[in-house]
Each structure stands twice: as C-alpha cells, then as structure tokens.
Design a protein around this ligand. Structure first.
Ligand code: UT7
Length: 330
C-alpha cells in the first residue's frame, strides 16, 4: 500500500513588536497611502533585538507539536527553511532540535528564501512516502528585520518577522485520504542577482547598490522580482495541478506567499481562480519570507477556512530566484 504523507499539526510565531506605516514615515521618505496602494501592507511584526530566527522557529515548533499531539522525541527529522539563520553553523534546525530536546531527530537547514516552507514540504513528502521517516517537523522562519536596510524605502516597507511550522507524518489509514497530493519546486538561478544578501562576497558592486552601504543587508530590484513572481506563481499552480490531473476548479483555498497584494492579484487573474478562494493576511504582517505561508496556513485553519477533505494549494516564490507549489488534501 502506498504510504501517504499528511500534515497533522501547524504552529506559528510572530515578532513581538509592531511597525506601522506611520512609524516608517518617520524613518524614510514614504507615506501610508503609497505603501498601502503599492503593497497592501499596513503593519509588520518585528522581533526584539534579542529574539533570533531560532527563537521564532522554536515557538512555532512547540505549537505545531502540541497541535499534532506529539512529543519532541517522536520526531525523526527537523528541516528549517531560512535565509536569516542565527549562525551559519550551527544550523537553526540544530538549535531548535536542542531546545526542543528532540534528541532522535536529524536536523538541517535549507535556503530557498520565501519558497522555503514549500521546499521543506517537498522533502518531507519524499522521506515519508519512501518509508524512511514517520514524523518530520518542517519550519519556515525568518527575521528579515535583522537584515533590512532601514534607509532604503524600496525594501524597508516590505518585511516582517515570523515563523510557521508543520508536522508531516505517515498516514497509513486507508479510510483517511488526507495527504500531500503533489509538490513541485524549481529555480531560475539566472535571475538570482535581483535579490541579494551577501555573506562572504563583499564586493564593490554589491556595496554600491545599497543605500546604507551595509553589506549585511538585503537588496532587491523590486520590479524584476515582481514580474517573476506574478508569472511563476501562476505557472507553478497550473503545472502542479496538471501533474496530478486536477484543475483550478478543484482548489478550495489557495495560500500564496504574502509579498504584495498586487502580486497576488496578478497571479490570481492568471490562474483564473475566484479571489474569495485566496487567503491574504499580508496587511497585518508584510512579507515574512519563509514564514509567510506557514503563518497564513495556521490563520486560515483558525478562521475555519480549511475543512476536512478540502484541497489546499500553497504557492511561493523568492530569492534564488526560486519557486514551489504544494497541493494538500486536508
Ligand atoms: O518575497 C520576495 C521578495 N520580494 C518581493 O516580493 C517584492 C516584489 N516587488 C514589489 O513588491 C514592488 O516592486 C515594490 C513594492 C518593491 C515597489 O513597487 P513598484 O510599483 O515596483 O515601484 P517602483 O520600484 O517602480 O518605484 C516607483 C516609484 C519610484 O519613484 P520614481 O523613480 O518613479 O520617481 C520609487 O522611488 O516609487 C518610488 N518609491 C517609493 N515612494 C514612496 C519606491 N519606494 C517607495 C516608498 N515610498 N516606500
């Protein structure tokens, strides 16, 4: 019998402080009207100075394990998707493993930027379906405020901090059809230069792009990423549905990466899905990178928008540039 991989628990965490558009008006030359019209964002959650990505990831993980009814020792593997790790080594996943006391679990981080949670789910599906593991924790966590150039009005209005976590487990119940139906990921490395966050590569070209000349900050060509995002999210959804013989009409809820309401609207038009079936919480949080989709999934569940038997589609894009789509039967 085919082993199915199923999400059995979801958790989330948010930065403690609120950064509003009017706060940003005091920091850079911008205004609430421009930000709302061009991005849809009204406020973001910012981690305190001593709260790091691993702290957000840990909080979300605890909530997901509780939701799943599992103990940390049940976990076989922890995957954390992040581009803002506390350290390059140890990995955030290893810090989370230690804090949880998940001593049996292997742990590693992945870097697919905002696509990360979808990338982690793709791996978890493989490890579960091939029989290797029974319980996997997948976390998307980022504290982008720590790498945001608050002198650059083109980027600082966009980002917030958070974490979303899911527990993916083996479903051997023939009467329970809940599962990850399909997962597809991809990359267009030739467009990677449009969104950069240097680590070792501190060259003059990268320095010149940044308003504050701080190489520990993220830089982005917003309009290039925007074009990519609208196109790739639509293609990813259509192709992943087609792979398993499904159509847009089969979708009960679409949860896109929360980066910009205009990006979401553009993709929704191309996908030709009813906007009522699309979940958006971006105005409250801004773009939380790898955390966005997990936090949105958790809120959608809490709001009663995810019901047993529903088809839920997660779709993301991000630095790399990368993209990914997951179809879930809930
Ligand atoms: O998760 C993946 C990461 N990235 C993204 O998803 C971001 C994708 N891109 C975007 O969301 C949009 O491109 C932005 C919101 C970043 C920018 O919106 P846009 O409509 O592409 O604006 P633009 O960059 O073309 O700028 C238009 C004008 C410019 O002025 P000029 O040159 O026409 O005089 C900007 O300088 O708006 C100006 N501008 C601002 N004005 C007020 C840029 N940022 C601001 C600002 N406040 N914060």
């Amino acid at each position: 019998m085919q082993i199915k991989a199923k999400i059995i628990g979801v958790g989330h965490a948010l930065g403690e402080d609120v950064l509003t558009n009017s706060d940003l008006e005091k920091m850079v030359e911008t205004n609430d009207e421009w930000i709302v019209e061009r991005t849809g964002i009204r406020e973001r959650r910012i981690a305190k100075a001593d709260t790091y990505t691993s702290d957000l990831a840990y909080r979300a993980s605890r909530e997901a394990l509780e939701d799943a009814g599992l103990s940390p020792m049940d976990l076989d593997l922890i995957i954390v998707a992040t581009v803002t790790p506390d350290f390059l080594t140890p990995a955030v996943s290893c810090i989370v493993q230690a804090k949880l006391g998940a001593d049996r679990a292997a742990a590693y981080d992945i870097n697919q930027a905002c696509t990360g949670l979808v990338g982690g789910l793709t791996m978890a599906q493989q490890f579960i379906e091939n029989g290797k593991y029974r319980h996997i924790l997948v976390v998307g966590a980022d504290a982008l405020s720590k790498v945001t150039d608050y002198k650059d009005r083109k980027t600082c209005i966009l980002f917030g901090d958070g974490a979303g976590a899911v527990v993916v487990s083996r479903n051997e119940d023939p009467d329970d059809d809940s599962r990850i139906v399909a997962a597809k990921i991809g990359a267009v490395g030739s467009l990677g230069h449009n969104l950069t966050l240097p680590f070792l590569r501190m060259d003059e070209e990268e320095k010149a792009k940044r308003v504050s000349k701080d190489l520990h900050s993220l830089w982005m060509d917003g309009s290039e990423v925007f074009k990519f995002a609208v196109r790739i999210m639509a293609e990813a959804v259509k192709e992943t549905l087609a792979d398993v013989g499904m159509t847009v009409d089969d979708i009960d809820l679409l949860i896109p990466h929360q980066a910009n309401t205009r990006i979401i609207d553009g993709a929704v038009k191309r996908i030709k899905i009813n906007p009522d079936k699309v979940f958006v919480n971006l105005p409250k949080y801004g773009n939380m990178s790898a955390a966005s989709i997990g936090v949105a999934l958790k809120e959608a569940i809490d709001e009663g928008r995810v019901k047993r038997g529903d088809t839920i589609v997660l779709v993301g894009f991000g630095g790399g540039l990368t993209w990914g789509c997951t179809i879930l039967k809930w």
